[in-house]
Design a protein around this ligand. Structure first.
Ligand code: G3I
Length: 413
């Protein structure tokens, strides 16, 4: 009987070995040694560029791959910029299109970074997601003192008209409402007691979507949330509440086109991902006529031991197990990771490791070398084609998630 780690290595070994030998990959067959770590970007022909990039594999299988970016880094870090150009066909601003970034004062807007990001995306034939128009977090300081029940509706509508209107026709999809469900707040409908809910009541969601459609008739309007990915009871409750909201919106003919599953995951050394609830959730979203995007994927490694090889394998295994479930449904059309290199991940600040080592949640390491997570992403994109075409019309998996079987043809890539 193979252990989980041996199982993985059987799949990744030959390709990783080849890549590491050519210095394009962070470590060989899951083991990292300083001797195998060559500095700098992998070079062309070393297994991660062109037809071997994430975007090429995604496109071949009817998907978009991309990541969250910090546009301020484009002028500071050429390797980061190059990596994004090489790997992505869709981008999203990690922070630059949030209220806090766009609204320095009640009566003014700051668009420099957001404009530059859209220009960059268009220059490199990439799509851009908008994130986000309505959220309870990252509101500017002036918000609490300046917005009240009398003007909240006008403030919300004006913001959406101005921001979504400015980029109308040039945005792939907008996260119109972000994270509106929060079960611990105790409401029967699961809605979060956010400033918007207090100011406008539960109609604020519908208002936001209708205003966004008017401002940008072509962007895919998306509801985006987290805590709906895992097998736990809490996540199941949240999935039910999100579905209730989506059904309510659809029943009222609110213009909504997609649901975003953020997918901030945590590698658990003691349990594997099954995803039955998530599979049902995606199937239900598809029944509602919605597309599904994986909008913010990363895999936190704080619960794993320090050894880099062990960590990278476990992180890659969760990428693989998770995406195998998600991508089996053809309603899923885009996968974005929240960042692309471990160097700039938000998790280093927000969920640092107790042992002080740098976290490793993304497909490329701090030195921009491809990791096992990169291989897992690519392979699940490839496996997708067969899976998606063999499932039932209701999205239920006729080809349900099965244990990983190394594919001998893939090892020759
Ligand atoms: O820009 C300031 C900088 O001037 C200052 O020196 C520094 C000191 O702390 O803070 C900087 O702002 C930080 C900002 O990220 C930019 O780095 C904020 O403190 C920090 O709170 C902010 O965190 C972001 C967080 O959203 C809150 O907006 C993370 O980068 C970003 O990754 C995270 O993204 C969210 C998604 O929008 C929604 N889903 C969850 C996801 C992760 O939390």
């Amino acid at each position: 009987m193979l252990t989980r780690r041996q199982f993985l290595l059987a799949g990744y070994g030959s390709l990783l070995g080849a890549m590491a030998g050519l210095s394009g990959c962070a470590h060989s067959a899951g083991k990292m040694s300083s001797a195998s770590m060559a500095p700098g970007l992998p070079h062309k022909g070393m297994g991660v560029f062109g037809s071997l990039s994430l975007k090429a594999h995604a496109e071949r299988n009817g998907l978009l791959y991309g990541c969250a970016v910090r546009p301020e880094l484009f002028s500071q870090d050429a390797k980061y910029t190059r990596l994004i150009i090489d790997q992505c066909d869709i981008l999203v601003a990690e922070n630059a299109m949030k209220w806090l970034a766009l609204r320095p004062a009640f009566n003014s807007y700051y668009f420099n970074e957001a404009d530059a990001l859209l220009a960059f995306a268009e220059q490199h034939q990439m799509k851009l997601r908008g994130h986000n128009l309505v959220w309870h977090e990252q509101l500017p300081k002036w918000f609490a003192s300046m917005v009240n029940r009398d003007n909240a509706r006008e403030v919300l509508v004006q913001h959406i008209q101005t921001v979504a209107g400015r980029y109308s026709g040039r945005i792939h999809s907008w996260d119109v409402v972000n994270e509106a469900i929060w079960i611990p707040d105790g409401r029967a409908d699961g809605l979060r007691k956010s400033p918007w809910l207090s100011l406008l009541g539960d109609d604020y969601i519908e208002l936001a979507f209708r205003t966004a459609r008017e401002a940008d008739p072509t962007a895919l309007l998306t509801y985006n949330d987290y805590g709906i990915e895992e097998d736990s009871q809490e996540n199941e409750q949240k999935r039910s509440a999100v579905l209730l909201l989506l059904r309510r919106l659809k029943a009222r003919n609110v213009p909504i086109d997609a649901v975003g599953i953020q997918s901030h995951l945590t590698a658990n050394p003691n349990a594997s991902f099954r995803g039955d609830g998530l599979r049902r959730f995606i199937s239900s979203a598809r029944d509602l006529g919605l597309q599904v995007f994986v909008t913010e994927m990363d895999v936190a490694d704080g619960a794993l031991p320090g050894d880099v090889g062990t960590r990278d394998d476990a992180v890659a295994a969760l990428y693989r197990d998770y995406l195998n479930v998600v991508l089996a449904n053809p309603a899923v059309t885009a996968v974005l990771t929240w960042g692309i290199t471990d160097r700039y991940t938000w998790l280093q600040t927000n969920k640092p490791r107790k042992d002080g080592m740098h976290v490793r949640p993304l497909p490329f390491d701090e030195e921009y070398r491809a990791k096992p997570a990169f291989i897992a992403l690519r392979r699940t994109f490839d496996d997708r084609q067969a899976d998606a075409s063999t499932q039932g019309a209701d999205g239920s998996a006729a080809n349900p998630y099965a244990p990983f079987t190394p594919n001998p043809t893939r090892a020759r890539e």
